[in-house]
Design a binder for this molecule. Sequence first.
Ligand code: ADP
Length: 493
Amino acid sequence: MSTLNFDNHFKDLFENTSDLIHFLTIEGDIIMVNPAWLKTLGYRLNEVKGRSIYDFLHPAYAETYKLVRQKVISENSSEILDTAFLTKNGSTVVGEGQLGCAYQDGKPVYTRLVFRNTTGRRLAEKKVEENEKRLKTFFKNAPDAVIVINQNQQILEWNPKATEIFGFDAFEVIGQPLSETIIPHQYREAHKKGMERFLKTGEGTVLNKTIEITALHKNGREFFVELSISNVMIDGEWLFIAFLSDISERKATEENLIRKEAELLHSKMLDDKKDEFISIASHELKTPLTTIKAYTQLALSAANTSEKVQEFLSTIDQQINKLSFLLNELLDVSRIQAGKLKMTTEEIEFSSFLQSTLNSIQQITPHHKIILENNHSVKVMADPMRLEQVIANLISNAAKYSPGKDKIFVNSVTEDHRITISVSDSGIGISQQNLEKIFTRFYRIDESLKNFSGLGIGLYISSEIIKQHSGKIWAESSPNVGSTFYFELPVEK
Ligand code: ADP
């Protein structure tokens, strides 16, 4: 073992450097270590002197250390070496250093390692690496397309979601100007100007906001996206990060809704126009019809007309009555639409009212016998003319829609201060899906359209009348078996 003589400056350097230095015998025992070595690994000099270096090396690095040491000893070379030590309390100190060998008279006498502790730096690097990894994972799995461009508009980053949304693979677009990829032609100029303005003034109209705009797919299809862009300055250059999501489906739903609303409005406008026409037409027709009716009545009462002419005149009179009935129904529809269907209610003794109403309806329903099965003496507040109109409508329907049959049954039931009147026929019936629709204005079942005349407003008017009496109207039916129409009214206490 040779004694070492340091001159003062070297000693100072040895003692005050932050690098770790040790000298070993050719066998690998410690001759000397510097204070930084002792401090970093937590030992005192007398605890280490004379001991094998392998007591202090991290076991995972021992083999490499041994090999490199053999090399520097046999070749008199100097090698850069990554290694690690264990401190006295068991933690690891990693670093890199330079391992060399000293020769005297052509013989190796000791090896030296000058070693820099990079544990802290390594940890920081590891953290950065982990952060980067984490960011990359976010970027890769982001639910939105994430595109990064620089101030020359070149695409720098393009995540998998961007590929999914726009159809371009990252390798196709990275380095390309954004405006030549996903920006629709009509926005390219504005995009360029916007960027120039931002670089000049620092103002950007689309920055840090969420906007809805269209974008281009690789296949040329233009579709709606939601876009937000933020900007950051890195190394003196602006970078722009765009987050985009495909909202074409949401847009389509919204557009559908708007279209539907427009259609509804349109059909409502058409309905309003129709109502207006019906109202005007029925009023206009009413006046000449009244005059014809009056003259027919006069002609009928004239004494000097022949029997034949009398017969013709009464046919005309009957047809006028039919026409006038239809016109009155149309006028009622207009009144309902205008909210002007007025009721003049009075207290009615219902059993006699029903009986006399049926008697008069029976006169104009010669082919069907109206059979009143139950009648109750209760009092109701009602407009007798309007109520008669409802009953007449139900019975005339029962007769009309049961050709070949000859009976119509009328029933009444009183319960809980309500009276329910029903009108039953054994006619063509109504399918389940039509049962509610028949009370809407102008609704006629297809089969009825072909085989029976009518305007499809009788039940609509009836239901309005019953509604205004705080009542209820409905139907039950089986196709080809028959129908029963019900209406219910409150009874006076
Ligand atoms: P209209 O009889 O003039 O067509 P309504 O408003 O009185 O108009 O009736 C509406 C529709 O309801 C009719 O077109 C018909 O299809 C159906 N309907 C009404 N009453 C009956 C019934 N008793 N039996 C079968 N179908 C009926």
